[in-house]
Design a protein around this ligand. Structure first.
Ligand code: URA
Length: 256
C-alpha cells in the first residue's frame, strides 16, 4: 500500500466510525473519535475510549491524560504526529465508565482494520481494556513495561504489544507517574526488537538461513510484580542498549 492509499483507507474507516450505530454508545456521543496521527507510522497507541474533551473535539487524548501522553512521548523524542493514537471504543462511554465487553466487540472491527492498514511493528496498549484486547488474561501489574507478541486470537499479527498503564492512572495515583515515565523509556527498545523480529520473519519466509535467536524483549517490572513469562522478560535494571548502528534510544527515529 502506498502512503496515500493508507491515508485513504484510514479515512474510510474514520468515515464509517463517525456514522456508526453498532452499539449503544453512539446515542450519547457528541463526536466519534476514530483516531489520528501518521498513517505510515511503526507505532500505534491504543487507549480505552474517549472522555469528555475527546467527545467534544472528535480527537483522541486531548484532555489532561492526553497532555501527559504527549509529555511521555516527548521524553523519547517522539511527537504525537509521529505515531497513531486511537482507542478500543471510538465513542465516549457515559460518565467515563469502563467500556462494556459488547461495546468493545462491536467496535473491534474498526481497530482491526486500522491495524491492518498500518501494520505497525509495535502496538502500545494504554490501560487494562486495551491490554485485554491484545493479551486476554494478562494482568497490567505484571506485564506493564514489557513487550510480547499478541495472543494468537487477537490481531496485530506480526507486531509486538507493549503494555503500559493508562496515562490517566497517574493523575489519580501519583506513584504511577514514575512507572509510566520509566516504562516509556523502554518503548524505543521494544520497537527495535519488533523491527528485528520482523526482519527475521521476513528472512525465514524468503528461505534464507535461520538467523540467530531474537534477543529478549526489554522488560521493566514493578518491584512487587514478578514477570509471569520469563521468555520475554529482561533484567529490569539493565539499560536498553541501542542496536548496532542505531541512534541512542532517546533519538530513535520512527519509520526509518
Ligand atoms: N482516555 C482514553 O482512553 N482515550 C482517550 O482518547 C482519552 C482518554
Amino acid at each position: 500500500m502506498t502512503p496515500g492509499e493508507r491515508r485513504e483507507a484510514l479515512e474510510a474507516v474514520a468515515t464509517e466510525v463517525r456514522a456508526c450505530t453498532r452499539c449503544r454508545l453512539h446515542a450519547g456521543r457528541t463526536r466519534a473519535v476514530p483516531g489520528e496521527g501518521s498513517a505510515d507510522t511503526e507505532v500505534v497507541l491504543v487507549g480505552e475510549g474517549p472522555g469528555f474533551n475527546e467527545d467534544r473535539q472528535g480527537r483522541p487524548f486531548v484532555g489532561a491524560a492526553g497532555a501527559f501522553l504527549t509529555e511521555l512521548l516527548s521524553t523519547v523524542g517522539w511527537r504525537r504526529e509521529d505515531v497513531f493514537i486511537t482507542n478500543v471504543v471510538k465513542c465516549r462511554p457515559p460518565e467515563n465508565r469502563d467500556p462494556e465487553p459488547d461495546e468493545i466487540a462491536a467496535c473491534a472491527p474498526f481497530l482491526s482494520r486500522q491495524l491492518e492498514v498500518m501494520d505497525p511493528a509495535l502496538v502500545v496498549t494504554l490501560g487494562r481494556h486495551s491490554l485485554g484486547t491484545f493479551l486476554p488474561g494478562a494482568r497490567i501489574g505484571q506485564v506493564h513495561g514489557t513487550a510480547r507478541p499478541p495472543a494468537a486470537s487477537a490481531w496485530a499479527d506480526g507486531s509486538l504489544v507493549f503494555a503500559m498503564y493508562h496515562p490517566a492512572a497517574a493523575l489519580h495515583q501519583g506513584s504511577l507517574r514514575r512507572t509510566l515515565l520509566d516504562d516509556m523509556q523502554r518503548v524505543p527498545g521494544a520497537l527495535l526488537d519488533a523491527r528485528e523480529r520482523r526482519a527475521l520473519a521476513a528472512g525465514s519466509a524468503d528461505g534464507q538461513a535461520p538467523a540467530p535467536a531474537a534477543p529478549a524483549v526489554p522488560a521493566a517490572l514493578d518491584d512487587a510484580d514478578a514477570p509471569d513469562d520469563p521468555a520475554v522478560a529482561a533484567d529490569p535494571a539493565a539499560p536498553l542498549p541501542p542496536a548496532a548502528g542505531e541512534p541512542g534510544a532517546d533519538q530513535l527515529t520512527l519509520f526509518s
